[in-house]
Write a protein that binds this ligand. Structure first.
Ligand code: NAG
Ligand code: NAG
Ligand code: NAG
Length: 212
């Protein structure tokens, strides 16, 4: 008997590759990061590992960011949608990778405003719409995205233009077995060992002596 793993059967085929390429697509080495805007470890890895690597290796490595909102971080799905809305707007006037980086910096930088797992939870008494208009619209404005555009695009969190790709990116990661953030893949391979890789380890991997 032959069984397909359930996850393969359950994942929809996304309309396009679901992550944000911050380096060079098709480069011989790659780093993939699955991260959650409400996760402090994700914020730290973004700031201290991924951004410096993008800076150094964007011409020679593929570095892809996948938004992977964990279900028990209640505002994370909307944070991921907000990141898409912001990136869409900003990419009208700058390269997509720079637009995404600007959005991610803003969301990670102000994550304590929407991290529902804090005690006390700062959003405990807000509705979903309230979190969007009082917190995410503010963060978007700080990143240079007009509040009107942001609110028209986000609505109350159910604009299919943003909802569907955000959902499909999550399903895509889940089908690959991702269940925590940050999760890394090196040249497409997931390994627990990558959790402890430092900037120096990634630098050695992306830029081995044989390739310089
Ligand atoms: C939420 O409302 C409760 C009940 O009024 C109050 O005790 C609590 O401090 C509020 N929490 C926040 C974060 O505003
Ligand atoms: C979804 O966002 C787009 C882009 O900003 C906007 O033009 C459209 O009106 C929004 N749709 C809904 C149903 O809110
Ligand atoms: C990571 O770097 C440290 C020191 O720079 C080294 O000892 C270790 O072996 C490296 N780990 C991997 C998996 O390359």
């Amino acid at each position: 008997m032959f069984f397909l793993p359930l996850a393969l059967a359950a994942a929809p085929i996304p309309a396009s590759v679901p992550g944000y390429e911050l380096g060079t697509a098709g480069a011989p080495v790659s780093l993939e990061m699955f991260a959650d805007f409400s996760c402090d470890d994700s914020a730290n890895a973004w700031k201290t590992i991924v951004k410096p690597l993008v800076e150094a290796y964007k011409e020679t490595a593929s570095i892809i960011y996948y938004a992977f909102p964990l279900p028990y971080h209640h505002n994370s799905f909307d944070a991921s949608q907000a990141g898409r809305v912001m990136t869409d707007y900003l990419s009208r006037s700058m390269p997509l990778s720079q637009a995404f980086t600007t959005a991610a910096d803003a969301l990670f930088g102000q994550q304590t405003r929407f991290m529902s797992w804090q005690t006390p939870n700062p959003t405990a008494n807000l509705t979903q719409g309230g979190v969007i208009s009082a917190i995410f619209a503010d963060i978007a404005a700080d990143a240079g995205v007009p509040r009107d555009f942001f609110m028209e695009s986000m609505g109350i969190g159910w604009n299919m233009t943003y909802f569907e790709p955000t959902r499909d990116t999550w399903k895509w990661g889940a089908a690959k077995g991702v269940s925590a953030t940050p999760t890394f893949a090196a040249n497409g391979v997931f390994s627990d060992a990558l959790d402890s890789w430092t900037l120096a380890n990634w630098t050695a991997f992306l830029n081995p002596p044989s390739r310089v």
